[in-house]
Design a protein around this ligand. Structure first.
Ligand code: GRF
Length: 207
């Protein structure tokens, strides 16, 4: 009999609400993310609602306050935490702080981020509002690998959200968020399966 592959262990990093983290946790509970488990949820903000949700779910948590600390020093603590929890894949779920090159280098193409726009359009903060004000007809979200540039690494998948005449930045943002909650689990499942290759900037499913 074949031994089942050991589960992919996620380290979730968040700073706020944590709705993407909760959607991932729900996918795992409902067996839509086979052979994936959450090893630890880490926040750089002590009062982040997402960390309270993680505790309520009985998941291992850690807080590493970033405010006022040099980035490299703070990231070294987070790396130690991730390693002690034997994390394979780092998931940025509303983690509002840039990562140091050392941190990114420690997990090459093993850090995922979700961004609420169709990258490369509208990188940075408040992307949903940027898209609305610009007047695009299609917005959406992107899950990508993290590299040393902001909102830039190889794109794993995108989901498109049409912009309605009746929208404002908030209604559009809500519909994008609903798509984010689907997209992130799907992207994690793909990466955890290992059945892909990266050619240049392109992520390709392997047959
Ligand atoms: C999401 O819009 C995500 O795309 C962006 O930060 C927000 C986090 O929301 N990176 P939540 O904390 O997951 O609810």
């Amino acid at each position: 009999m074949e031994t089942p592959a050991s589960p992919t262990r996620l380290g979730i990093l968040l700073s706020g609400r944590g709705s993407n983290f909760l959607a991932i946790a729900q996918s795992i509970r409902e067996n839509r993310l086979p052979n994936v488990e959450i090893a630890v949820v880490i926040s750089n903000v002590a009062e982040a609602p997402g960390i309270a949700s993680a505790r309520a779910l009985g998941l291992p948590t850690a807080i590493h306050i970033s405010k006022g600390r040099p980035r490299a020093e703070h990231d070294a603590d987070m790396l130690a935490s991730l390693r002690s929890h034997e994390v394979d894949l780092v998931i940025l779920a509303g983690y509002l702080r840039l990562l140091s090159p050392e941190f990114i280098g420690a997990f090459p193409n093993r850090i995922l981020n979700i961004h609420p726009s169709l990258l490369p359009a509208f990188p940075g903060l408040e992307a949903q509002h940027q898209a609305f004000i610009y007047g695009v007809k299609f917005a959406g979200c992107t899950v990508h690998f993290v590299d040393e540039h902001l909102d830039h690494g190889t794109i794993i998948l995108q989901r498109v959200v049409p912009v309605l005449d009746t929208d404002d930045g908030y209604t559009l943002g809500d519909r994008i968020l609903a798509e984010e909650h689907i997209a992130y689990s799907e992207a994690i499942a793909r990466v955890a399966s290992g059945v892909y290759e990266i050619q240049g900037r392109r992520y390709l499913k392997r047959a």
